[in-house]
Design a binder for this molecule. Structure first.
Ligand code: MG
Length: 340
């Protein structure tokens, strides 16, 4: 049948065979949206100039279900997630790669919507997709679309973040409310009727982090608060640093919508994933300045100081809003598969 119009065009196995249809797909979706000078050369590898210094390299895979969700989509998430891992490491994100693993039958319009979203997110964040790959597998062998990325960033001279720098007395800051991504995905997937208040916080953090590093010299370590949420990340950092961290529940920002949904579902927002939130551990004497820098930025309006570092073997404690103390451990089990 030749009457298949553009609106119901789908990805077929031949789009992944390296032949004519692969070339067409690359031309009309990926080059159209990602067409950087480096990518357009279509070599076997991207070759580009870099300044002398240190590079940061990261890789990630994105399998989120559903692929379109309130506040984002798998493409925006892939770009932001990769950028954020570089940014919290102190790097200025520069180059990304994107590998697309596609299930035969994926509507071409969905693939294009994802590509356009990735391109927009890259433009806004000042990064470039310089290499890519496409594979198509038979129907039923994966679910619609998975994306694998790599990211390369340059670490400016003088930026040196490490667990060893964390000292008793340091303070813990976050740039906003906890649990928005995890709760929005849970809600979208399960069809809970929580309305439109639950929106993923998916965002690229390189801008706000660059401001923080520029204006505050006492930043010890940063971490983006993805799978496992604030509680798990804090526990990992405390363990690696060999210091205790005390969090103050009343200071931890959680939106009304996430709080309400969490209570109803019996989940703890401190263990829910975020995709536009990070934690910074900062020298005490610069805590107020760091807070002001974060709150000045659009992605930090709800920033708070939420805790402090103490002498200890690497435990995490929560001073509860009711005046008790709770021991926080790593997230156990996987209540939410395919969250990112
Ligand atoms: Mg990370």
């Amino acid at each position: 049948m030749s009457g298949r119009n553009k609106n119901n065009e789908v990805v077929v196995l031949a789009h992944g065979d390296g032949g004519r249809l692969t070339h067409e797909l690359v031309e009309k979706i990926f080059l159209k949206h990602f067409g950087s000078q480096v990518l357009k050369q279509l070599g076997d590898a991207a070759v580009t100039e870099v300044e002398r210094g240190r590079i940061a390299v990261t890789t990630d895979s994105f399998v989120i279900d559903p692929m379109f969700f309130p506040g984002g989509d798998i493409g925006k998430l892939a770009v932001c997630g990769t950028i954020n891992d570089l940014a919290v490491s102190g790097a200025v994100p520069r180059y990304l790669t994107a590998g697309f693993l596609i299930e035969e039958g994926l509507p071409m319009a969905d693939l294009e919507r994802v590509a356009a979203s990735m391109a927009r997110t890259c433009r806004e964040a000042g990064v470039e997709i310089v290499a890519g790959d496409t594979k198509v597998v038979e129907r039923g062998h994966l679910d619609k679309l998975f994306i694998n990325t790599a990211g390369v960033g340059l670490v400016p001279a003088g930026v040196d973040l490490s667990y060893d720098k964390i000292q008793p007395g340091d303070v813990v800051l976050v740039n906003g409310t906890m649990g928005d991504h995890g709760m929005s995905i849970l809600s979208a997937r399960e069809g809970f009727g929580f309305g439109e208040q639950l929106v993923s916080d998916c965002a690229a953090l390189n801008g706000i982090i660059a401001s923080l590093l520029e204006e505050v010299k006492g930043v010890r370590l940063m971490r983006d608060l993805t799978r496992g949420g604030l509680a798990t990340s804090t526990k990992e950092i405390a363990g690696a640093a060999g210091r205790d961290i005390w969090l103050d529940e009343a200071s931890i920002p959680v939106s009304e919508a996430v709080r309400g949904a969490s209570e109803m579902l019996g989940v703890d927002p401190l263990y829910l994933a975020n995709e536009g939130k990070f934690m910074a551990i900062v020298a005490r004497e610069e805590a107020e300045k760091a807070l002001a820098v974060l709150q000045k930025h659009s992605l930090g309006q709800n920033a708070r100081i939420i805790g402090e570092v103490k002498e200890g073997p690497g435990n995490v404690y929560l001073r509860t809003a009711l005046g008790g103390t709770k021991y926080l451990d790593l997230l156990a089990g996987a209540p939410l598969p395919r969250i990112c």
